[in-house]
Design a protein around this ligand. Structure first.
Ligand SMILES: [Ca+2]
Ligand SMILES: [Ca+2]
Length: 293
């Protein structure tokens, strides 16, 4: 059994650790337990619709999911899965599950993911033990630096400058999120990121066209570029088109509640022409990452 995780990450960075099994012969059921240091790492929930914190199940065994649970208080991951029915086990290599970790704020130094061999059972279709070896995965956590930035909207949206909260800002290196933050009411955010490198800065919010920008961070740079988001992508498909316009038109002069609050683009508790105009102005805009732009 192997834990495939990166060797290094940064404070507040996220990374995936794959629980992989190699050279299996007739694997029918697997139960694994892995320990981690809950003062340095936390597991990100892969299934927010289910109670508790789940891993992302892999494709190797998928008959019955017996246990899928991460305990961020005690630092224990438990995952158990088996084939179903009178079938053969699985041969070769595969991924049992993937765990997404986040390095907690203030964490630094080396940490380990430790498979607990005495709590691991790999069984074949005759219910006999399969032999396996495990070893811990070691991950070094680098101290991040604090960077800040601001997210805004065009003035014609009519949104007060103290209602710019709730934009999600992420810094990515490839597919890895190395920093994330939400804006405060004035649109400002701070986050801890790796010391230097080339990154993608993205900003999202429900109802807005997603924004992104390639940036380089150098050791002493603390300020990220300001980002301006355009309201109107109610369907969150990266384009402000007739479907979005139809959505807001249907809410015209309806009373504002939680379910349709996104259409009150200036947040004055009314959905009127002052909300329609900015969206209409944005008709035809597409997200930075759409190939059809
Ligand atoms: Ca749309
Ligand atoms: Ca309004």
């Amino acid at each position: 059994m192997e834990l495939n995780a990166p060797n290094s990450t940064t404070e507040l960075g996220e990374f995936d650790a794959a629980i992989s099994l190699k050279n299996m012969s007739d694997l029918y059921g697997a139960s694994v337990r892995i320990e981690f240091d809950p003062s340095k790492l936390e597991v990100i929930d892969a299934n927010e619709t289910e109670e508790g914190i789940q891993l992302n199940p892999g494709s190797m065994l998928n008959g019955i999911l017996v246990k899928n649970e991460a305990d961020n208080v005690n630092g224990v991951i438990s995952f158990a899965v088996a084939q179903l029915g009178d079938v053969q086990g699985v041969e070769g290599n595969g991924v049992l599950a993937t765990v997404r970790f986040k390095a907690k704020e203030g964490s630094e130094g080396t940490t380990e993911l430790r498979p607990l061999a005495s709590n691991i059972q790999l069984l074949n279709s005759e219910n006999a033990d399969l032999e396996f070896q495990t070893q811990p995965a070691s991950i070094s956590i680098a101290k991040g630096q604090t960077v800040s930035g601001q997210v805004g909207v065009p003035s014609y949206q009519g949104l007060a400058s103290d209602k710019l909260d709730g934009f999600t800002v992420r810094l990515l290196s490839g597919q890895q999120v190395v920093g994330s933050a939400a804006t405060g009411s004035n649109g400002n955010y701070t986050m801890s990121v790796p010391a230097s490198g080339d990154y993608l800065l993205t900003v999202n919010k429900d109802g807005y066209l997603r924004a992104g920008k390639q940036i380089a961070i150098n050791g002493d740079q603390a300020q990220l570029p300001n980002m301006t988001l355009l309201v109107g992508d109610f369907t969150q498909d990266g384009a402000i088109d007739i479907v979005d316009i139809t959505h807001i038109a249907k809410q015209f002069e309806k009373s504002v509640a939680a379910a349709n609050g996104v259409y009150d683009v200036n947040k004055d508790q009314k959905i009127d022409m002052a909300d329609i105009v900015p969206v209409a102005k944005h008709f035809g805009k597409v997200a930075w990452d759409r190939i059809d732009q």
